[in-house]
Design a binder for this molecule. Structure first.
Ligand code: NAP
Length: 290
């Protein structure tokens, strides 16, 4: 580190569990950059000052995580199209006029689909969940060309809100919301093709690893491919159920990786080579607290 070292970092509350510093500092090392990435625990009351202070200090960029992804937007100079669609920002890039906000969760998830060979194009899709992660997940499913989407969430109002956010952008896609698993199974049976599913609730996350948001066995019989947004544990009960019924399953570690990779690419205006993917995944696994 010297007088030219550029500073980047994560703002959120809490940030103690984050693997972003391990990932970003490995990317910095791989690309031989004179930079360092830290993590700052910033409460909502201090967010505006943190953004202003970052600009005054010339901090090159931030990742922004829970609970600031929406409420950081008023402090930014501009936001990109994905951030506008989702109403959520997770990456800030310094410009002399102020930070520009980007959403890399959506392109990160799409890149994870591509890496794993998962395609939603022309497919029937189920989204389980309607929280923050489900917002990016629905964006990615729709952007990938899903034909029909069924949103299952415990709280119906949140599912309806999520649907409303996207229906104007994708008017040709039929979107249904249900809160009951039985109702979901009934709707799924309307289609002869199997379904691709994105599990975006926190159910099944460590340490509660014996839980799954959907427990109906009939549901899993209609699943072709299931992606769980959870990455800890690496194989969730949802994934086990998909596989036991004959489908293929993936976890959320690559989404986490590629959203960070995309942030790094935006800050440094370069393209990260896919040859580093497995190495970076290992760094993240090593940094994960269990
Ligand atoms: P969130 O905004 O709090 O939303 C939680 C979601 O889980 C809601 O849909 C909630 O339903 C549902 N849920 C929670 N407990 C439930 C229960 N007992 N039964 C049924 N549904 C339940 O959280 P989030 O930020 O979206 O995070 C969700 C998960 O995604 C977390 O595990 C997080 O680690 C993971 N994540 C992964 C990545 C990645 O890069 N792979 C990125 C972000 C988040 P209600 O609406 O009914 O409350």
């Amino acid at each position: 580190m010297d007088v030219n070292t550029k500073l980047y970092g994560l703002m959120g509350h809490p940030v103690g569990h984050s693997v972003s510093p391990a990932l970003q500092n490995e990317l910095i090392r791989l690309y031989g950059l004179n930079a360092v990435y830290l993590a700052w625990d910033v409460e909502t009351a201090g967010l505006e000052e943190a953004v202003k202070g970052g600009k005054s200090l010339g901090i090159g960029g931030f990742n922004v995580t829970v609970p600031h992804k929406k409420n950081v937007i008023p402090y930014l100079k501009d936001i990109d199209e994905a951030a506008r669609k989702l109403g959520s920002v997770n990456t800030l890039k310094y410009t002399p006029e102020g930070y520009v906000g980007y959403n890399t969760d959506l392109p990160g998830l799409m890149r994870a689909f591509e890496y794993d060979g998962v395609s939603f194009e022309g497919r029937n899709a189920v989204l389980i969940g309607a929280g923050g992660a489900a917002n990016a997940a629905l964006g990615a499913i729709l952007e990938s060309g899903a034909n029909r989407v069924l949103i299952i969430n415990r709280t119906m109002e949140r599912a309806e809100e999520l649907k409303q956010r996207f229906e104007a952008y994708y008017p040709a896609v039929r979107m249904d919301c249900v809160s009951s698993q039985t109702a979901a199974v009934k709707l799924m049976r309307e289609e002869t093709d199997k379904w691709n599913v994105l599990q975006a609730t926190s159910v099944g996350m460590y340490p509660d690893t014996e839980a799954a948001a959907v427990t109906e066995e009939a549901f899993y019989e209609m699943v072709d491919c299931g992606v769980d947004i959870i990455y800890n544990p690496e194989k969730t009960l949802f994934m086990k159920k998909v596989e036991a019924a004959g489908g293929t399953a993936y976890n959320g570690l690559k989404m986490l990786l590629f959203q960070g990779v995309r942030s790094f690419e935006i800050w440094n205006e370069l393209k990260v080579d896919d040859k580093y993917t497995e190495q970076l995944l290992d760094i993240m696994r090593g940094a994960m607290k269990r």
